[in-house]
Design a protein around this ligand. Structure first.
Ligand SMILES: *Cc1c(COP(=O)(O)O)cnc(C)c1O
Length: 470
């Protein structure tokens, strides 16, 4: 007991710790509050270690532990990572990687920029006018505007066109797409009333017809995105729904989700029936909505394109201010739209290039990665082999339609530990584990990341070897 008390008395005091040069350096980096909290946590742990019969750490050890804690907290912020999951548009990993040009545009816009300034007249300009023009041209619509994300586009469109009125939706399209986006809730927060028609698996045009009344504000059609219906199912084609809407003078709003643009052609056969924006417009949807960072291949954004009067009502609604797009997103979006308009999207935009990469190329890259990492692999008894995989578009597009991929598989060691070691590298790598093997799937890795990926794999294997030795 008394030796415990002596050990506790040996613990450095907070005041003494904070007076040290090491603490001053930590305060300069992390701020005083965070350093005090970290020291307090380390001291508390030291006290309970002493109570369990351990010795008291000296000041240098306490400071080093606090530095560790602070570094780990810092690493929890947004960082660049390598996406080796095989899911190209991975929502947790930031969806579409931006093109070189879009990155340069973001950098250029990051200081003072003409986001709401008209350089020709020297007066106030519109934030969204230019992106809106580009989007309208790309979609083949009279007008377009842009907001913060796809969910905001839907809230704004429903609020602007149908607040206090009824929105008619098929029961087969009442989706949840994750991140607490559930269609019935979205319609409710937009101030409209949901009117469900049809059944889960089958909805007919007469179901919509019967639901239309004096309170109807709009007909809404929603792409199912992250799931598919097969078997005894029936939907109403967009053209038929548009004709019904026209008959009643109602707008048909089509939430497309991923924003697939036609030019991707055969290369993206895996996209199958993923809707194309211009088709939905051609079939008569009065307003189409889609995301900027799914198959469009750009920054987070929501695009609202269609008839000029409807777009204008969205633009003038008070929620337009609340759902406003940021200047960095806007700069990247304008660049991405320009890539599509000049026909170079398939090569400019990494998301589309990744989806179109052929398997032979992926195999070559996986083999190169294997030979670079082989020496480090041998030291821990890992087996490296190149194998075919199923990969996914992600972002809710083409669910259940895998694209062929190629991964470097690391087996014969603890895959969970290797995954952790990969995430702890200077450029963290996110892999996936299948049947006990760790897979680095190249379908979602831009070629420019091959070198840092090889470094990270070597680093992680070396870490495992050192752990085993120590
Ligand atoms: C993804 C998606 C949204 C939401 O778009 P975000 O850009 O993620 O906000 C809305 N509707 C559909 C059908 C979607 O697939």
């Amino acid at each position: 007991m008394s030796s415990d008390r002596e050990a506790l008395a040996g613990l450095p005091s907070m005041t003494r710790l904070l007076e040290s040069d090491a603490a001053a350096a930590l305060v300069a980096r992390h701020g005083r509050g965070a350093v005090v909290d970290a020291l307090r946590a380390v001291l508390a742990a030291a006290r309970s270690a002493v109570a369990d019969g351990g010795g008291a750490p000296d000041a240098a050890t306490v400071l080093a532990d606090a530095q560790d804690l602070l570094a780990r907290a810092e690493a929890r912020g947004v960082r660049r990572v390598i996406n080796a999951t095989g899911v190209v548009l991975h929502t947790n990993l930031g969806r579409a990687p931006l093109s070189e040009d879009a990155r340069a545009a973001v950098l250029a816009a990051s200081g003072a920029s003409s986001v709401e300034y008209d350089l020709a007249s020297g007066g106030r300009g519109s934030r969204t006018a230019h992106a809106g023009e580009l989007a309208a041209r790309l979609c083949g619509t009279e007008a377009a505007t842009v907001v913060n994300n796809g969910a905001a586009a839907l809230v704004l469109a429903v609020a602007a066109l149908a607040a206090g009125r009824e929105v008619v939706v098929s029961r087969g399209e009442l989706i949840e797409i994750g991140g607490s986006f559930r269609l019935p809730d979205i319609i409710e927060v937009s101030g409209a009333r949901l009117v469900e028609v049809g059944t889960t698996n089958r909805t007919r045009i007469d179901d919509y017809r019967r639901a239309i009344g004096p309170d109807t504000g709009l007909l809404l059609s929603v792409h199912r995105s992250n799931f598919r219906q097969v078997g005894f199912v029936a939907d109403v084609p967009t053209a038929e729904l548009a004709a019904l809407a026209d008959e009643h003078g109602l707008p048909l709003v089509h939430d497309l989700g991923s924003g697939r643009i036609a030019e991707d052609g055969d290369a993206l056969a895996a996209l199958g029936d993923e809707p194309v924006v211009s088709d939905a417009v051609g079939r008569g949807a009065h307003l189409v909505l889609f995301s900027g960072d799914k198959l469009l291949g750009g920054s987070q954004a929501g695009i609202i394109a269609g008839r000029a009067d409807l777009v204008e009502r969205c633009r003038r609604h008070p929620l337009a201010r609340i759902t406003r797009i940021d200047k960095l997103q806007l700069a990247a979006l304008e660049s991405t739209l320009r890539s599509h308009l000049r026909g170079s999207a398939a090569t400019d935009l990494p998301a589309l290039a990744l989806l179109a990469t052929d398997v032979a190329q992926l195999s070559d890259r996986a083999r190169a990665l294997a030979s670079t990492a082989a020496p480090a692999g041998i030291t821990v008894g890992a087996t490296l082999d190149v194998r075919p995989t199923d990969t996914y578009v992600g972002g809710g597009a083409a669910p259940g339609r895998p694209l062929p991929g190629v991964a470097l598989a690391v087996s014969g060691i603890d895959a969970e530990r290797l995954a952790r070691a990969l995430r702890a590298q200077p450029v963290p790598v996110i892999a996936r584990i299948e049947d006990g093997a760790l897979l680095l799937d190249l379908r979602s890795v831009p070629e420019a990341d091959d070198a840092p990926l090889a470094d990270a794999l070597t680093g992680a294997l070396t870490l495992l070897r050192d752990d085993a030795a120590g």
